[in-house]
Design a protein around this ligand. Structure first.
Ligand SMILES: Cc1cc2nc3c(=O)[nH]c(=O)nc-3n(C[C@H](O)[C@H](O)[C@H](O)COP(=O)(O)OP(=O)(O)OC[C@H]3O[C@@H](n4cnc5c(N)ncnc54)[C@H](O)[C@@H]3O)c2cc1C
Length: 425
């Protein structure tokens, strides 16, 4: 094994090259990226990158680190266009790059609304260039923002828009936003977070046409004929795995690249991050089939794992994980661990009626499989451990009771200390 090639120079790709170098792999390593930018962090792009007066620099590493410490050849600015698994080569522009081990980490592209290409004021948020353009649009003085899609990224942009003082409307096709991601009841609970901050959420609506004058959006027409005037339109309708370059490669493509439990898609070829679809053995008993995640934590984990397997296939072990993601809405945090499948959801702390703070847990097959928290940051990781150990629903309820007592004791201690301070004053 002398040459590792990693295609996709973002989080999973970066973690891939870092992992093998950390392990002492001394062969050649090439990192191929379609974007001109060095690998950068995407979560801030729909949050503080838009909201802060001084945008943070989202790059993970300086350019010198790749040539220096990591000893990685960077091929940026040109997408890989083909893979030949028999010859073990990847085509990048007019170059043919040979590999012994390959990691595919090309992530996903933002979905767009057909017919909106080239209309000014219409944005998606996937890349740094997208975020630069959206930041300027949100801060350009235009008062009305419309977001199509009440998913996590759309919700974050809506939150930033409200924070900047814009009038914000979210248009969602489903009757309950995020029902697929967190279930019906929790989807309703999260919608309160928008409504209580003055963001209008219209559910069960279909966008018929984006109306433009002189090449700039001015309104969205819904299927029932209603027109919603807008200055900026953000399309947050999900992502499509970046598999186009793998057509004809012989890999199994099915909403991602399908891999086995070790993340292997073909001999010597491993997948990582948003593009990877694999059987996550932790959940196959309660949710049959394969899983594809679009979460920062799993992309980072899988990058390292896939690269280690690619340089030493004999060491490949099944990869299983308890999914985790967070999302920042207004000045609060939504966190989710596990999966939202199951037969029962129980609110174990706080109250979901007004959107939180609260914690809810999900049951399937008699065990805990998921947990959602709104503005209770200390909670979900405790349930994540239980889910990872396949612990029972009763264990989860016992933990919930223990946490309730701990919070009550902490609150009583804080109250006592406040009373003592008050008495001294
Ligand atoms: C705006 C935004 C906010 C997010 N916020 C959160 C959050 O709060 N919490 C959370 O858990 N997750 C969040 N995520 C998800 C998280 O960022 C992703 O899961 C993570 O970036 C996935 O990493 P990746 O390396 O698999 O793919 P990507 O980050 O999509 O990177 C893939 C890279 O491959 C490149 N590429 C594509 N095709 C080719 C090709 N043919 N050849 C070469 N290169 C190619 C792309 O240009 C891209 O640079 C967010 C994502 C976005 C977009």
């Amino acid at each position: 094994m002398t040459r590792l090639v990693v295609v996709g120079a973002s989080l999973a790709g970066l973690r891939a090259v870092e992992a093998v170098r950390r392990d002492g792999f001394d062969g050649e390593v090439t990192l191929v990226g379609a974007e001109e930018h060095l690998p950068y962090d995407r979560p801030p792009l729909s949050k503080e990158y838009l909201a802060a007066d001084e945008s943070p620099d989202p790059r993970y590493r300086e350019e010198a680190t790749f040539a220096g410490d990591l000893d990685v050849e960077l091929l940026l600015g040109t997408p890989a266009s083909a893979l030949d698994t028999a010859a073990r080569t990847v085509t990048v522009g007019d170059r043919t790059v040979s590999y012994d081990g390959l990691v595919i980490a090309t992530g996903a592209h933002a979905r767009t609304l057909p017919g909106t290409e080239g209309i000014g004021g219409v944005h998606t948020v996937r890349t740094l260039d997208d975020a630069i353009a959206l930041r300027a649009a949100l801060r350009g003085g235009a008062p009305r923002l419309t977001v199509v899609g009440a998913g996590f990224i759309g919700s974050e942009v809506a939150s930033v828009g409200r924070g900047l003082g814009l009038e914000v409307t979210i248009l969602e096709a489903l009757e309950t936003p995020l029902a697929r991601a967190v279930g019906e009841r929790m989807g309703r609970a999260l919608t309160h977070l928008h409504r209580r901050r003055g963001t209008e959420v219209r559910t069960g609506v279909a966008v018929d046409e984006v109306l433009a004058t002189d090449g700039r959006v001015h309104a969205v027409r819904l299927a029932d004929g209603t027109e919603i005037a807008t200055d900026v339109l953000v399309v947050g309708i999900g992502a499509r795995p970046a598999t186009e370059w793998l057509e004809g490669s012989g890999l199994t493509l099915d909403d991602g690249v399908v891999a086995d439990e070790t993340l292997a898609a073909a001999p010597g070829v491993y997948v990582a991050g948003d593009i990877a679809r694999w059987p996550n053995a932790l959940f196959t008993d309660v949710a049959a089939g394969t899983m594809r995640l679009e979460h920062w934590t799993s992309a980072a984990e899988q990058g390292g794992r896939a690269a280690r397997h690619a340089v030493d296939p004999a060491s490949a072990k099944p990869y299983e994980t308890v999914p985790y993601f967070w999302s920042d809405w207004y000045d609060g945090r939504v966190q989710f661990v596990g999966i939202a499948a199951g037969d029962h959801v129980e609110v174990v702390a706080g109250d979901d009626a007004e959107g939180g703070p609260f914690t809810a847990i999900y049951r399937a097959g008699g065990r805990i499989v998921g947990a959602l928290a709104v503005d209770m940051p200390a909670e979900v990781m405790k349930y994540r451990r239980l889910i990872g150990k396949r612990q029972s629903w009763d264990d989860a309820l016992a933990l919930a009771e223990q946490r309730r007592q701990q919070r009550a004791e902490k609150q009583a201690a804080q109250q006592q200390s406040a009373d003592q301070q008050g008495a001294r004053a």
